[in-house]
Design a protein around this ligand. Structure first.
Ligand SMILES: [Mn+2]
Length: 265
């Protein structure tokens, strides 16, 4: 039987501190996904079209940041794997707030990013795209947060991480990634700026020295984590080159769905 999968776009980038653009990302990723340039098999050998019933629930478009949560609550159904396409990273707090009403503290978050996004506030805004994981942790919305690929840690971030026992695997220590395992279902938040700008130029914040897509693909294939939902955020189509970064987004849409299907190739 085909596994139902839900996909929601969140066309929102008003909490971006530097450049806008990620509001256009959901459609840019969908375009690559459906342009016929690739097939629907995962690298682990799963035929997605034979195994998934993908329902695209369209884009959430709101003016008020705090309205995103209610729309996510309407879209999210516990038990149906869900993929969210941002949007800037501020949307993750709204998504997790919606999800945690149905799955209180029963899950962990695995967060790939060049940044911790743990600021208590950024430029006077507690809901900036630099702050979502501070809001998630202070509200106790998940059990465990593991951040991977970070390469911009400050003293403030370190203090914030210590407050909530956030585990940070900085990019310089990336060899430790393979040892990470999870006891609870996992939500992955993928900020595309975790990748080196050489691979992913289409993001607002270029931070050299990042992950390669290959490293994350290999980790996903080796890991036995139980993925129940994920987001892919911070694609900025205005900064992209020939859709290269959108293609990485589309690639991980497929690989994340493959992980959600619980079938083997
Ligand atoms: Mn980031």
């Amino acid at each position: 039987m085909k596994q139902r999968i839900h996909l929601t776009g969140i066309s929102y980038d008003n909490k971006s501190s530097f450049l806008q653009g990620p509001a256009m990302a959901p459609d840019a990723i969908r375009e690559v996904l459906h342009d016929g340039s690739s097939n629907f098999w995962t690298e682990s050998g799963i035929d997605l079209q034979a195994n998934m019933d993908l329902a695209d629930l369209g884009n959430i478009e709101v003016d008020d940041y705090h309205d995103i949560k209610a729309h996510c609550e309407e879209h999210y159904e516990k038990g149906i794997p869900h993929l969210f396409l941002g949007g800037d990273h501020s949307v993750t707090y709204q998504i997790i707030s919606a999800i945690s009403k149905q799955q209180p503290k029963e899950f962990d978050i695995l967060h790939f990013d060049a940044h911790t996004d743990l600021y208590d506030e950024f430029e006077g805004d507690k809901y900036s795209h630099a702050c979502p994981f501070a809001r998630i942790m202070e509200n106790g919305l998940c059990k465990r947060l593991v951040q991977v690929g970070v390469r911009t840690v400050t003293k403030h971030h370190r203090e914030q991480a210590d407050r909530w026992n956030v585990e940070i695997i900085q990019m310089k220590d990336i060899d430790k990634l393979d040892a990470i395992t999870f006891d609870r279902p996992v939500y992955i938040s993928l900020d595309l700026d975790v990748f080196d700008p050489a691979y992913a130029p289409g993001v607002s914040h270029h931070e050299p020295g990042g992950l390669s897509p290959r490293q994350l693909l290999n980790f996903l294939m080796k890991s036995d984590l139980e993925l129940f939902a994920a987001d892919i955020v911070e694609l900025n189509p205005d900064r992209d080159f020939k859709g290269m970064t959108a293609a990485i987004g589309a690639k991980f849409v497929k690989e994340f769905i493959g992980k959600m299907l619980h079938v083997t190739g």
